[in-house]
Design a protein around this ligand. Structure first.
Ligand SMILES: Cc1cc2nc3c(=O)[nH]c(=O)nc-3n(C[C@H](O)[C@H](O)[C@H](O)COP(=O)(O)O)c2cc1C
Length: 464
């Protein structure tokens, strides 16, 4: 089952005919984060959901139409589901809803104001109660039938992709929001009515507004009908991969402490010197932000043409925006430069906190990385291979065992941001999860406890 449905619950349609602003992605990324809105209207919610997770492409296949979505997903398998707890949305009855991407509608699962249970199960520390809280989950079997145990990476990164769309949509709406990966797994999955062997919540996003004080209360919530839990099942016969549950359960404890220190110094590769990045007033964007979301696709038709320096610096500028959100204590960003104007080919690290970049090795690595990525030949033509990396030991020391979730979700968010920036700049982009872990680590020169988590290729593409 590609779309989650609840038997006997008809989704309430959200308004679709909505005006989108024509602001650029760089403007959205550089917005001050303070909220403009005190209340959220149902039209705002509808726009936010359209920009976060919507159907944006269709192909005809032998067994029916297949729909692509606004967020990239490994193998186009779309494990991510979205739920909304509306607590102060004008025009929408308070309650817990499942977002139906197929109908662009909301299926009511629980009626009433859920502020108490939501804030309690998510360790919410804000002074004022959220007006709306979004929950992002993954249905394991959607991806595990194909990728088996490796699918847990994709559950996290795919969900990070949707989370980035959501955070940008909220920024664009002027809403002040906070994304969290830390909550009480069991309580929250129960609140959402998930079958915990099949589906798990991975991220939570609270939107602040002008409501009363938050009072976290552990109300005893009724079990939702068994039929609702059964909606987490997506195939008649599903294979259960115990390792998936073990990895997820290993991260069930909230972090002992907040991460400190940058991941950049933990990988075992250090540039001899750093080049500061210029501050950019504008980027050479050709597509406004909403269109970039709706037209984003994985484009693999890279051509070996020089990537202009202005586009290259825009990509780095975009990755350095809103630092706390794409946290440099969880991952380190680097890139393999192939064909970039004014830049020697080599391996580079991006120091987001200090807005600078430094070369750790000189030479042509793009071809070799293509072989490490299972020989996906078209990668050899991409001007840049962005690398999202982490030292897994440092991650655990800083964030506890939940750190792995943090890092993979953050890598996914960074990937979606790159996709949108590339689209806005008229470049191609494709995320790569298929690579040999050991060989990637060796090629980049990482120390034993560090790994490449995700690679995203960007560069000029063949024009139609
Ligand atoms: C985590 C992740 C890993 C991916 N890995 C690969 C890959 O190894 N090779 C590839 O060609 N595409 C890869 N993709 C791209 C997906 O195949 C693509 O997003 C999906 O087919 C949907 O198409 P769209 O991005 O055009 O909407 C990956 C995407 C994500 C999010």
């Amino acid at each position: 089952m590609v779309f989650k449905e609840y038997p006997g619950v008809d989704p309430i349609s959200l308004p679709r005919d909505i005006r989108h602003t024509q602001e650029s992605l760089s403007q959205v990324l550089k917005h001050p984060s303070a909220g403009k809105h005190d209340t959220l209207h149902v039209e705002d919610l509808s726009r936010i959901l359209l920009l976060s997770y919507s159907l944006t492409g269709r192909t005809h296949q032998a067994d029916g139409d297949f729909y692509y979505r606004s967020a990239a997903s490994a193998g186009a398998l779309y494990p991510t589901e979205l739920y909304v707890a509306a607590m102060g949305v004008a025009g929408l009855e308070p309650g817990l809803y499942h977002f139906s991407i197929a109908h662009h509608g909301l299926s009511l699962l629980r009626k009433g104001d859920l502020t108490g249970p939501v804030t309690h199960s998510t360790f919410y520390t804000g002074k004022r109660a959220p007006v709306v809280t979004f929950f992002l989950s993954a249905i394991y079997f959607r991806s595990s039938w194909k990728y088996r145990e490796r699918s847990y990476r994709y559950h996290l990164m795919d969900t990070g992709h949707v989370a980035e769309n959501l955070m940008l949509a909220l920024r664009s709406a002027g809403a002040k929001a906070i994304l969290s990966y830390d909550f009480d797994d069991r309580r929250l999955n129960h609140l959402l009515g998930l079958d915990q062997r099949r589906e798990a919540c991975l991220a939570v996003c609270h939107v602040h507004g002008n409501r009363g004080p938050a009072e976290a209360a552990a109300l005893d919530l009724a079990e939702l009908p068994r039929l609702y839990q059964a909606a987490s099942q997506v195939a008649l016969r599903e294979i259960d991969y115990p390792a998936l549950h073990e990895i997820h359960a290993a991260g069930s404890h909230p972090p002992r402490a907040q991460g400190k220190g940058g991941m950049i110094s933990q990988l075992g590769i250090t540039p001899s010197d750093w080049t500061p990045l210029p501050s950019l007033d504008s980027w050479p964007e050709t597509t406004p932000y909403p269109d970039a979301v709706f037209t984003r696709r994985s484009r693999r038709n890279f051509v070996s043409r020089l990537l202009p320096n202005s586009q290259f610096l825009s990509l780095l500028d975009g990755l350095c925006q809103n630092l706390s959100e794409l946290d440099h204590t969880r991952i380190c960003t680097g890139f393999l430069a192939g064909n970039v104007e004014g830049l020697d080919p080599g391996i580079y690290l991006l120091d987001k906190a200090n807005r600078s970049m430094g070369k750790t090795a000189e030479g042509s690595f793009v071809d070799r990385m293509t072989r490490v990525c299972l020989g996906q030949e078209w990668l050899a033509n991409a001007a840049l291979h962005f690398l999202f990396m982490a030292n897994l030991e440092s991650l655990e020391n800083a964030w506890g065992t939940r750190g792995y979730r943090h890092a993979m979700l953050t890598a996914g968010r960074s990937g979606e941001r790159l996709y949108l920036m590339a689209t806005a700049l008229g470049l191609g982009c494709c995320g790569i999860g298929a690579f040999y872990d050991g060989e990637a680590m060796e090629l980049i020169g990482l120390n034993d406890s560090s790994r490449l988590l995700y690679l995203v290729a960007v560069g000029p593409i063949k024009r139609a």
